[in-house]
Design a protein around this ligand. Structure first.
Ligand SMILES: *[C@@H]1O[C@H](CO)[C@@H](O)[C@H](O)[C@H]1NC(C)=O
Ligand SMILES: *[C@@H]1O[C@H](CO)[C@@H](O)[C@H](O)[C@H]1NC(C)=O
Ligand SMILES: *[C@@H]1O[C@H](CO)[C@@H](O)[C@H](O)[C@H]1NC(C)=O
Ligand SMILES: *[C@@H]1O[C@H](CO)[C@@H](O)[C@H](O)[C@H]1NC(C)=O
Length: 274
């Protein structure tokens, strides 16, 4: 009786089709797991696509055939022990559902479905020291982070944190500017830019230094030197100057506010005293 129940369960498990999701990157390889019981000795493996079950890779009694469908010619490898199928050099059209039918030498069978998604890998952002403007005891550094990917979000991390820094991100999402005041005594401040999109992210870090000489004010110091796009340099320069001017402007205002506040305060105390 118990044996019968067990065989029924095994039979049912064998017939169940589960949908497993696998994702791979464009141009990379991905292995679709057959889901075969490791104890099985496979006698038949049939990988197919489309509702009409077009075979793309098969192995029947040791006879392997992996050049069955033009779209996958030269891009497949089939592991006849595990039943796993590897697709090489992934392209966008590979995004679809794959079915596998398996038989073992004991006459049992099983089937599985795998949903493959092919996505583009997020590229490493690049950081450029756009400007380094000396000021008493340090310098203002203007860092620009950009990415070859469209529509990414940028975040900056500064380690250890410095008191004055501001962030801006342009509306089209192709770059983000970070302005910070770097004390000459601090040469170990690391600026990290993270670009992220669809739960994926990539980072680049730089440790800029204040140049001792007041001129020239531009430092090309950067650790991430990946194919820098020289796009609209002049326009960018103007934009960055505007950012710095804006920030200096704020600072001047703050200092002015502080001075006038002090005056008002002393006036007030003068009045109370009188
Ligand atoms: C993809 O597979 C091919 C062929 O086996 C191999 O030469 C290549 O290094 C693999 N690429 C990656 C990123 O693993
Ligand atoms: C199966 O369907 C695919 C796509 O719908 C088609 O390209 C292919 O010719 C079909 N194969 C057969 C044998 O009908
Ligand atoms: C730079 O740092 C030193 C101490 O590390 C501090 O005394 C000095 O005021 C700082 N200078 C500026 C301009 O913040
Ligand atoms: C970047 O991705 C990793 C996992 O891939 C995650 O742990 C981390 O929090 C992410 N960082 C940001 C800033 O999104």
């Amino acid at each position: 009786m118990r044996l019968l129940v067990i065989s029924i369960i095994i039979l049912q498990v064998g017939l169940v089709e589960s949908l497993k999701e696998v994702s791979g990157y464009l141009g990379d390889n991905v292995t679709l797991p057959s889901g075969a019981d490791p104890s099985w000795t496979l006698s038949k493996i049939e990988w197919s696509i489309f509702p009409n079950n077009t075979w793309i890779a098969t192995s029947r009694n040791g006879k392997k055939s992996i050049e069955r469908f033009y779209r996958y010619k030269g891009r497949l490898s089939l592991d006849t022990t595990t039943g796993d199928l590897t697709i090489h050099n992934l392209n966008r059209q590979d995004t679809m559902e794959y079915s596998v039918d398996l038989d073992n030498t004991a006459g049992q069978d099983s089937a599985n479905k795998i949903k493959l998604t092919v996505t583009e890998r997020l590229q490493k952002p690049t950081i450029r020291t756009a400007a380094s403007i000396p000021e008493n005891g340090g310098c203002w550094v203007v860092l620009q982070c950009s990415s070859a990917d469209q529509g990414v979000e940028f975040t900056w991390q500064v380690e250890p944190s410095v008191a004055t820094d501001i962030n801006t991100q342009d509306r089209h999402g192709s770059s983000a500017v970070h302005v910070a005041f770097l004390n000459t005594t601090r040469s170990d401040v690391q600026f990290t830019c993270t670009s992220s999109k669809n739960k994926e992210n990539n980072t680049c870090s730089v440790t800029p230094h204040c140049s001792v000489e007041p001129t020239p004010p531009v430092l090309p110091e950067s650790r991430c030197r990946y194919g820098l796009a020289v796009v609209g340099g002049a326009i960018l320069g103007i934009f960055l100057s505007a950012v710095v001017m804006y920030f200096f402007g704020e600072k001047i205002k703050a200092v002015w506010g502080f001075i006038t506040g002090k005056q008002r305060q002393s006036n007030n105390s003068a009045e109370t005293e009188a």
